[in-house]
Write a protein that binds this ligand. Sequence first.
Ligand code: DGL
Length: 272
Amino acid sequence: MDAPPPIGVFDSGVGGLTVLGALHAALPAEDFIYLGDTARLPYGTKSATTVARYSAQCAGALVARGIRALVVACNTASAFALADLRRDFPRMPIIGVIEPGAQAAVAASRTQRIAVIATEGTIAGGAYQAAIRRLSAAAEVRTRACSLFVAMAEEGWTEGPLTEAVAHRYLDGMFDGAAAPDTLVLGCTHFPVLAAAIRAVLPPGVRVIDSAATTAAAVAAVIGAGGAGGAGGRGSGRVVWLATDGAARFARVGSRFFGRTLAADDIEIIDL
Ligand code: DGL
């Protein structure tokens, strides 16, 4: 029997590889097509309109290649484009990273006081705040944009005094006071690679939520239960790699995010 069509995954660049890594671990026999829009990274500092337009182009390119489900593996794109994508591709199961992250946070928090760190766009758009309050009406949400973390993760500055100093600068004060959050959502694809440095500056006991694993569980549930071809795993675990610029950089930086060595020759550069 033929393998089912692959699952499409896109991000503004290599950050979504933290999500692809979790998808691959949860669904090892599924095939994937990953698209990183490296020519136009970052999305996190761009307007909602621009991010929605770029996201529609990424989704269109993946749908044209024949996918059976689409994962928006970028928090900023999930914040600004998910509703439009679901309207434009009504028959395609589309999973973003914000709803699974919010669900995991609400489930983990004892006090329903939740902190979220993300890009400027994700925080300004209010998608995490809304998703958490939809699940837990009384939840209190503190947010902070931590834009510099994106560049530091790409640079490979994931630990050490400089990284911790920046983490202090962003997070100090966020967990102070009687209403201090007990849970922190890493609301950006890049932040899981900085998790150790972030944990190092948090008060003891704060739970850290990385939406990659919960997104993978959501995808497994959708393709298993949503009639999108079954989670039977008849593929070979193959990944087709697409980017919009810079195969060598994609491979070099992406290897750190994916946790496995990627080869520049395997990355096809496409125009959107
Ligand atoms: N992928 C983006 C996100 O999760 C971070 C990088 C960017 O700003 O494009 O929000």
